[in-house]
Design a protein around this ligand. Structure first.
Ligand SMILES: NC(=O)c1ccc[n+]([C@@H]2O[C@H](COP(=O)([O-])OP(=O)(O)OC[C@H]3O[C@@H](n4cnc5c(N)ncnc54)[C@H](O)[C@@H]3O)[C@@H](O)[C@H]2O)c1
Length: 365
């Protein structure tokens, strides 16, 4: 099959492209090699044809679409820094241009697979003893400032318990999440209306070897590992008890492969199906590094983060896909891989400074 991977020079794109090539598919990549994902031209795996271009430009899409049958649309803007308009220019407008071209009928594309995120769920699903299943509002900044991390019931204001979140209700609480939902709605609406097969994959927290250091703004394992490498303990946001589903990049690549042809149209969570606290992740890394340091929780937080993100993966599992890797293996592999990389000097310092200076990361009083 002929596949176009947008953002194919990035973390998930490169691992996925390698898997597609191994399976005998032909892979074209559309990528503008932009920072922070890239601070130098990447060495793309042999066999991937690179069209260097921007998904905000029609002419670049035209060059890349050629006779490809499926588009795996990974390219997006996803910084935590407050470049809100860029999130929509790249994510929503870029996707809209793709559909304008598909509707003109001059391409061979029959299926679009969109990379989305748990960010579309915002705070996700909770259970309240009094009000049943509820979807909390975005956490208030004044509560975060006081170090109150858990969202209250949106109806009675009482305590709530986090639940696994299935694909049915999406209510983003960040500009990034909104921009991903805008992409999703375009793909769903225009795909449905114009007979283009579509699949939306909502990834959990993707981790694993080859997650590059240039973009030290997110990716807990990457950030903790970089600190540890520089003899500094992992610095956790909030109290470290946030639940996340850390999924290995190769498991995500296999889900992308399934989405090329086998998956019926629809939205699917892609995650390991096992929730861990961020503290678990930090401790697992410290064990892998054989370090006696302990994680620190000085009360830092990011406005717009969800307290917990625990996806229900039963829809994807019902199609035969299952995660093969777990937290221990993923973390150990990353720690060993990191030691083979050159120039690790001070990626993380610049990113941490910038996030504090722009108010992206704040400290509770
Ligand atoms: N990594 C995660 O934990 C995670 C979690 C949920 C969802 N996702 C989604 O998966 C996708 C890929 O993420 P990733 O982790 O591989 O990110 P990445 O930053 O490593 O890769 C993204 C790629 O897109 C390219 N790109 C950015 N803007 C572009 C533009 N305007 N035109 C063309 N190319 C552009 C970048 O150069 C980069 O190579 C994204 O859509 C992201 O939202 C990732």
């Amino acid at each position: 099959m002929k596949v176009l991977i947008t953002g194919g020079a990035g973390f998930i794109g490169q691992r996925t492209g390698q898997l597609f090539l191994k399976q005998g598919h032909q892979v074209t990549v559309l990528d503008n090699l932009s920072p922070p994902a890239h601070d130098r031209p990447p060495a793309l795996p042999a066999g991937m044809e690179l069209v260097e271009g921007d998904i905000r430009k029609r002419e670049d899409w035209v060059k890349a679409l050629k006779d490809n049958e499926v588009v795996l649309h990974l390219a997006d803007h996803h910084d935590y820094l407050p470049a809100f308009s860029k999130l929509f220019h790249v994510n929503a407008v870029g996707t809209a241009i793709l559909f304008e071209l598909l509707l003109e009928g001059k391409t061979s594309v029959r299926r679009v697979v969109l990379a989305s995120s748990m960010a579309v769920y915002g705070e996700g699903k909770y259970r309240c003893g009094k009000d049943g299943d509820v979807y909390p509002q975005p956490r208030r900044v004044d509560a975060l400032e006081r170090g109150v991390w858990d969202p209250p019931c949106p109806i009675c204001g009482g305590a709530v318990t986090p639940m696994v979140t299935d694909e049915s209700v999406a209510r983003p609480t960040s500009a990034y999440g909104l921009s991903k939902l805008a992409q999703e709605e375009l793909v769903r609406l225009l795909g449905e209306r114009h007979g283009i097969e579509w699949v939306i994959l909502r990834y959990g927290a993707v981790q694993g070897r080859a997650q590059p250091f240039q973009n030290a703004y997110y990716g807990a394992l990457r950030i903790f590992a970089l600190r540890l490498y520089h003899h500094q303990p992992p610095l956790l946001l909030e109290d470290g008890n946030q639940l996340r589903d850390f999924v290995d990049v190769d498991d995500v690549a296999r889900a992308n492969l399934a989405a090329l042809s086998d998956l019926p149209t629809g939205a699917y969570n892609v995650a390991s199906g096992r929730a861990h606290t961020v503290m678990d992740l930090a401790r697992t890394l410290l064990r892998a590094a054989d370090s006696a340091m302990t994680p620190e929780t000085p009360g830092r937080y990011r406005v717009g983060d969800a307290r917990h993100a625990v996806p229900d993966v039963s829809r994807l599992k019902a199609t035969g896909w299952d995660a093969q890797s777990g937290l221990e293996a993923m973390t150990r592999e990353y720690w060993h891989w990191l030691h083979e990389q050159p120039n690790l000097d001070s990626y993380f310092e610049g990113a941490e400074y910038l996030m504090e200076r722009t108010g992206t990361v704040r400290v509770a009083r």
